[in-house]
Every structure is written in structure tokens, then in C-alpha cells.
Design a protein around this ligand. Sequence first.
Ligand SMILES: [Zn+2]
Length: 311
Amino acid sequence: LTLIIASRPNVYSGSPLDRAAEKRDDAGWIEAALADPDTLFVPLWRARNLVRAAEGGRPEAVYISGEAAAVLRMSGSGPWAFLGLLAGRPVFAIDISHVDDPLPLLPEALGEFADLRVVGGGGMDRAEASILAHARGIMHWRLKHRFCGVCGARCEPRSAGYTAVCTGCETQHFPRTDPAVIMLVHRGGRSLLGHSQRFPHANMYSTLAGFVEPGETLEEAVRREVMEETRVRVGQVNYHSSQPWPFPASIMLGFYAEALTDEVTLDPHELQDARWFSRGDLRDHERLGFTLPRPDSIARRLIEDWLAAER
Ligand SMILES: [Zn+2]
């Protein structure tokens, strides 16, 4: 049995923020922080983050403070949440999706609203990418859980945006993160990668993945998903690492899964193709005419660490 250890941290991890959760229920402190001209705001607009091109075209996060922040806060009733302290400075996420054209609200040409999935893996500083991911995730929850799932009444935010309390039945709702397992299935020096019609590239092959269902362990979810998608039976399952994946609300839990069988029978609703690849095939993927998953994904990390573990 070979254990493969994560070689380096995943993109969207490693936030420099102190979440300072004890401040969330200190209404006086939060109110003062919101009004402080030094406080930083991470604006979200229709699930997009504000970024600009730094030196060399590298994407860089744009934080709003001072007068610009005051203008943003006065722009309406978008949700906000306290993210934490960045070297002692309070940082909030603020959503301005209700504004049709947000850039004129900002006094200078500060950047543009972009999809973090597009810019986050493109050389953005990992600490910044993790703050933008945090902001995007909590704002998504706030926007999509405005009504109570118990009685249907409207919810009101509490705890600086981390709790929603129902105005009807007083049920408390908390931010959701949906666990998903993602696994590199291997057997005898080969790994099983699949191609789905949902992938962005027609010739991309990646690790299998799926959501954890109620009443199962992570290991059981790994075995079930592999069985459902390919009919391959999995034995030993070993944890590798995890990755926040707020696109919109997941955490990816990465595993190596040792296959006990190798005959593949596809579920055509899930996968268009799945094949066993040798390490040589994967290293040679360009010449062989297929692509691997994006560099910021845990799927790519699972593949790269498996390639490096050859012995
Ligand atoms: Zn309710």
C-alpha cells in the first residue's frame, strides 16, 4: 500500500485572514468596523469578484475602502458579511448584484468583475484567491437562502452575516458547504480518468467525482460513485487533501482509490468515456491528444502527485 502525501497546498486554501468569529456577535464592534474608512470590502457582483491586472498581467484582487466603500454600502440593500481581520484590518464581503452597472459606483477605474474560476488559477496570489473564494462562498449562501426552508418566511441575517434567522418560526440557518469526493482510481500502475460531456474541453480527462449523500461515509461515497459511473470496484481508499470549491458551495475531498477490478462499463448519463492511463500516457498527454484538468484544481493535484509517486 502506497500513501501519497499532498505535495503542496491547494489553490483557494491558505487564507491570511483571522476569521475572528468572536467579533460576529459584537454588534457595536461590527458597526464601528463597517464605518471605519480603513476597513476593506471585497465586492461581489453576480458571483463575480473585482480584480485587476497587476504587473505582467497577473490577476490581483481589488479591495475597496474609504469613500468608495461608503458609496458601495449606500448603494442599496445587498447582503454583507464579516470575513475576518487582515493584519488587524477588518475585511467584509459586500454583494452589489442588485445594481445593474456596478463600475460607475466606484470613483476610479479599479478593475473589472471576473469569474474567480477563470482568474483564480491564472497566477493570482494564493492568499488573495482564498479571500475571494471565502467572499464568493458566503455571499452565494446569503443570496440563495433568503427564505426559511422550514416555513417559507423571510430570513434575517445575524452574527455579521453567518446566521440567517427565520422571521416566522425563528429557526436558525447556517452557511452550507456541500462535501464532494474526488478520487484518482488506480490499479497496477494505471489510473482511471473519465471524460464528461459537462467538461469545458472536448478532449479533457479528469478524476471521477461526486457528491456525498446523506448516511454514507466519505469512503463509501468514493466507492459508490466509482461503481455508479464505471462499474469498477474499489477497495482501499486513502485521503490526500481537501480544497474549498465555492463554485458555488462545495468542498472537494481528494482521495486515492485502489481498484479491485478493471473492466469499465460506462454510465452514459455521467460519463462519455473512461480509460485506464499509464503514467507515461499522462506525461505524454499533449502528443496523445488529450488535456488534463485545470492547474488550480485538486483533480490536477491528485494526478501530479500520483505521477511523482512512481517507484
Ligand atoms: Zn421559518
